[in-house]
Structures are given as C-alpha cells and as structure tokens.
Ligand binder design. Sequence first.
Ligand code: NAD
Ligand code: IPM
Ligand code: MN
Length: 355
Amino acid sequence: MTHTIAVLKGDGIGPEVTEAALSVLGACVPVRVREALVGGAAIDATGDPLPSATLETCLRSEAVLLGAVGGPRWEGTIRAEDGLLRLRQSLGLFANLRPARFMGLPTPLREALARHADILVVRELSGGVYFGQPRGGDGNEAFNTWRQSAAQVRRVAHVAFRAARRRRRRVTSVDKANVLEASRLWRRVVTEVAGEYPDVELEHRYVDAAAFELLKAPHRFDVVLTENLFGDILSDEVGVVAGSIGLLPSASLGEGPSLYEPVHGSAPDLAGRGTANPAGAILSVAMMLELSFGRAELARSLEAAVMATLRETRTPDLGGRATTAEFTEAVRHNLEWLRWSHPSPEDEASYEWGV
Ligand code: NAD
Ligand code: IPM
Ligand code: MN
C-alpha cells in the first residue's frame, strides 16, 4: 500500500534532514510525497508562514513530516515560527511525544545512571502561554496570557498514562503549582485522571526541581507529562541523555493527521554545510511508521539500524566526521542488512516508543 504524506522541509537544516529522512522512509514503504511550504521559505514565496495550500495538503495526507522553521531572516513582525504554531493549532494536535534515551554515545552525565535512561516527554501542545489570549504589547510593555483548560489537561494526561502502561508504569507530572493557578488546575486534573490508572504510579514535581533531577538521576524517570512551555524546555534538556539534540525525534498527535518532526530547530549555524545530524528526523519517520502506518515491526528495524549506524558513523555534533549523506547511506545499508538477517525483527525489539 502506498502512503501519502505531506512534506514541509522548512528552513536552515530543515531541508537537509528531511531529505535524509525521506530517503530512509522510501526504503521502508512506498510513499507518495506532497511537498508544501512552511516557515521562512513560505514567507519568502507568499508572505505567509502557513499558506492555506499547505494546510490543505496536510489535511489531505495520512501524516506530515516537517524539518524545522525559523532563522534570523524572519524575525520581524511576520515570524517563521508562527507557521509551525498555526499548523499545530489547525491540525488539532494536542499531545507531543518526545522520547530520549541513552544510545551508547558519550554524555557528560554519570554513565552508570545515564545507561538506564529511557524517558518519554509527553508535552501538552495546544494550551499554556503559547496560545493564551490576550497577548500583545507596545514598545514599553508586553504581555502574554497563560491559559489552560481542564479538558486540555485531561486528554493529554490519558495519552501519558496509556503510554506508561506500555513502558515502566510511572508518570512524573511536572508543573509550577506553588506559583501558578494554571498549574494548580493541571495538578488537580492529572491526579483525577490517575485514578483511572491504578496500575500506573503518579508523582508530581515542580519544574525547577524536575530540571535538576532529570540530569542528576535520569534513570528514575519513565513518562514525563507536562504543559507546553515546560515541555519545550525539558525535551531539549533530555537530549543530554542521548548525546545530541540532533538525535531526538517527535510525534504530535491530534484528531487528524499526525505531525512528525525532529525536536531540534533550523540550526542556522550549520545550514548548507551538509553535516547536520539527520538521526532525529530519521527516528521521527520511525515514529510515523509505527503510529500512523501501524508498522511497529518496521519502526523497530529502523531504530535498530540507526543504533547500529551510530556505533561507527557519527556527524560532527557527536565528535565524528560523517556528512549527513554518509550517515543516511549507512542507515539505509544497515536497515537492508537487518531486514535480510532478521526477517522477524519484533523478536529483536529492544524498545518501544510506548504508544
Ligand atoms: P537549534 O535546535 O536550531 O540549534 C541549537 C544548537 O544545536 C545549535 O548549535 C545547532 O547547530 C545544534 N543542532 C541542532 N540540530 C542539529 C542537528 N540536527 N545536527 C547537529 N547539530 C544540531 O536551536 P536554536 O539555535 O535555538 O534555534 C534556531 C532556529 O530554529 C530559531 O529560529 C528557532 O525558533 C527555530 N526552532 C525551530 C524548531 C522547529 O521547527 N521545530 C525547533 C526549535 C527551534
Ligand atoms: C519546538 C520549537 C517550537 C516550540 C518553536 C519553533 C515554535 O522550539 O518544536 O520545540 O517552541 O514549540
Ligand atoms: Mn523547542
């Protein structure tokens, strides 16, 4: 069966890592690609970071693959990042899954603890200070509104508890309930939802303490459930466990097609060099195979191929000298070898994204 996906390459290293991920996806399943503009590239072409044609293309596709948006050229009144935020809103995406685990790579953390780290950040994607109205300001003062509804908390909490059931059955809910009303509501609703999952252990942490503990003792976390802004920050932080921000994938789930994108940004400092780490984008495609196409066994093979590749082929962010193209070619090679030598890779599965 041919899968139809929308591909939004975006800016900076976005096109480089998206092309790498697409070439790997094409080696896994037959795909029909519909390209569309987003972010700065869309501003340049149309004046709008999310043209209506792009949104229509996404809505007509089974899934969306996005590279990254943003850059110094689009930091005026019309911002590239708005394209991504409006896309999340328009697709009704509310649960952003951002897994990070130890991958056998150098890390500044105590390796004895990092070795067992396997964390899934479940980030609420539709509320919080990102979208709260009113917002605005003049040259002397600016303001945003932090708004969170019980319904938003409830639906993302269910995603987190269901994920925990397929993992190590522990949810750490992260908030700032000692200061913020929105966080007090968050904590109350998460506690209510936890009542429906007596087999899952729930703990609460304030975000400042959680940020410290995630690096001090990453092995003790399983699912980290948190709101939009805290999730943005903590999901970059846990990249330390993996070894580079370039390794982290994500999936955003909602009512319609899901969106897959690496956690990292457009890395303007690296754009055009051909040395960006494409692993985060490639692992996002693995999440697409599992969550949108129901091909968990292929996702496991692809993850295994990335892990095998990382043993000897590393881009400069990991201290290596490989180019994006060399890394991608090695993943394709290892994937072919794994599929040939392990016709039933589910037996070999070492890891599940947990959803
Ligand atoms: P960034 O993630 O782009 O880069 C942070 C650092 O990590 C840089 O040193 C960069 O070189 C490095 N890095 C990132 N991805 C890498 C990869 N795949 N391989 C190797 N190294 C990598 O974050 P930033 O510099 O804060 O933001 C740059 C732009 O990207 C901004 O405009 C920001 O708004 C945007 N951004 C977009 C997204 C997205 O589209 N999802 C996410 C984050 C940031
Ligand atoms: C991310 C990014 C986005 C966010 C920006 C580019 C709007 O940092 O996906 O993590 O803050 O959500
Ligand atoms: Mn971010």
